[in-house]
Unconditional design. Structure first.
Length: 447
């Protein structure tokens, strides 16, 4: 009798967590396909009209369109060419072809993130499950899965870079260029970094990811040896794309990475920069502020980086909720603030030292998020045309993943705080139930 009571009231076992995760995996994959099927053929996403216009100017063998033809024409050609190939091979139009790319990129990113958690032995833990499926269910990523955009391919390449970096350097003692597996992974890393630079300028930030993993997981001797090999891969990737950037960008504009604002609104940008230069420090601090604004007014703010990123994660610019469900994103906006702060506090206090999976992976995400957020701040400083909303959350995918990581820490800690002694598994079940509800609601309620 006592044995039975102990069995009933024990925390969730590893077998229960494994089965629970498999069920959530099946639910997530099915719901993502269902949402894709419901939205297929409908143009969605920021700058999607310009994106499709650019796709239509592409041919497989012809010259690239002029940099200033459309708003998105200046971007490198990889995503446009993939969509064009999909269109020709599958016999679909540009909109559906772009949605197919976005769907598979988001699904691939989710599966790669799951693979990462499995490699570092976090997948079948309560925190790992909550983190993975919270990330899969945030409104921003749910919406991006059917948008016409290049940012989904950027997300996939980033998670793939992180996956490969962890595969190579999480256990650095097993990495050696004499090993066929290590050489193959280095080749894959070279290909991913090269494709990234042919997709979007911001993919150059992914060059830092393997070095962050090295710094956090390796000792001094291992860092030097492995950093040299990784640096050679990065140099080769830059060498492959440099001729294209020189001919396509530098020869035409005198800039290695010209921006659309320089090409389309140079006068407006020049005028705003003059005003910015009179108060550089105050201008920068203004972009970093957290405005205390009522939720109904948040969408009108475009010059606050923290507010814009947070807002777009939980309430994308083009919400597809109707009826009473339209208040769900507002609930997310407020409810996840304390959970994020709790998670950040727990991470800073409990996991500040390296050495375990939760700590090391958290520091890797923190480093990746920091470099993306700093680059976004620099972008806003360089191109302060806030009417065009430069602080989009989809531009900083690792920052979004870092935020969900800390929120998941906050969720698991909050439920554990209110644990019932007679039912120690209740807190774990409640935390997993919360993200399960989010997965179902965020994939079924949006139109």
């Amino acid at each position: 009798m006592n044995t039975q009571r102990n069995k009933i009231h024990s925390p969730l076992t590893i077998i229960q967590l494994v089965y629970t995760e498999y069920v959530l995996l099946a639910i997530t994959v099915i719901l993502k396909f269902s949402l894709f099927y419901k939205r297929m053929g409908t143009l969605r996403g920021d700058d999607s009209f310009s994106f499709i216009q650019t796709v239509r100017t592409y041919t497989i063998t012809g010259p690239l369109p002029a940099l200033d033809t459309f708003l998105t024409s200046y971007h490198p050609p990889m995503s446009f060419l993939i969509i064009k190939m999909t269109e020709l091979l599958m016999g679909v139009d540009e909109i559906l072809a772009s949605q197919i790319l976005s769907y598979f990129c988001l699904l691939g990113s989710f599966l790669l993130l799951r693979s990462i958690l499995k490699k570092i032995h976090m997948l079948h833990t309560v925190h790992g499950i909550v983190f993975l499926y919270l990330t899969a269910s945030v409104p921003l990523f749910v919406q991006l899965a059917t948008d016409s955009t290049y940012d989904t391919l950027v997300l996939l390449l980033g998670v793939a870079t992180l996956d490969l970096s962890i595969k190579m350097f999480w256990h650095p003692e097993f990495f050696s260029l004499k090993n066929n597996e290590s050489r193959k992974n280095m080749l894959l890393l070279f290909m991913i970094l090269t494709v990234g630079l042919f997709t979007k300028y911001s993919c150059i930030l992914y060059f830092s990811v393997p070095f962050f993993v090295l710094l956090i997981r390796c000792n001094k001797q291992q860092i030097i040896k492995n950093a040299v090999a990784t640096s050679l891969v990065c140099i080769l990737a830059v060498g492959v794309v440099a001729p294209f950037y020189y001919q396509h960008y530098y020869v035409q504009t005198g800039d290695w990475m010209p921006m659309g604002m320089d090409l389309r609104i140079p006068g407006a940008i020049s005028k705003i920069r003059k005003n910015r230069n009179t108060h550089k420090i105050a201008f920068t601090m203004h972009m970093m502020r957290v405005p205390l604004t009522h939720i109904s007014d948040m969408s009108t703010i475009g010059d606050s980086l923290p507010q814009e990123v947070w807002y777009e994660i939980w309430k994308p610019r083009r919400p597809f909720y109707s009826g009473s469900a339209r208040y769900m994103p507002d609930i997310y906006l407020y409810a996840f603030i304390p959970l994020f702060l709790i998670g950040m506090t727990i991470f800073a206090v409990r996991y500040r030292r390296r050495g375990n999976e939760t700590s090391d992976f958290g520091w890797i995400l923190t480093a990746c998020a920091a470099i993306f957020l700093l680059s976004l701040l620099y972008f806003g400083y360089s191109y302060p045309y806030f009417v065009w909303k430069p602080f989009k959350a989809k531009y900083v995918p690792f920052a979004v993943i870092w935020i969900t990581y800390l929120c998941s820490l906050g969720i698991t800690a909050s439920f554990k705080k209110f644990n019932v002694k007679r039912f120690p598994a209740l807190s774990s079940s409640a935390a997993i139930s919360l993200v399960t509800a989010m997965i179902i609601l965020n994939h079924t309620i949006p139109a």
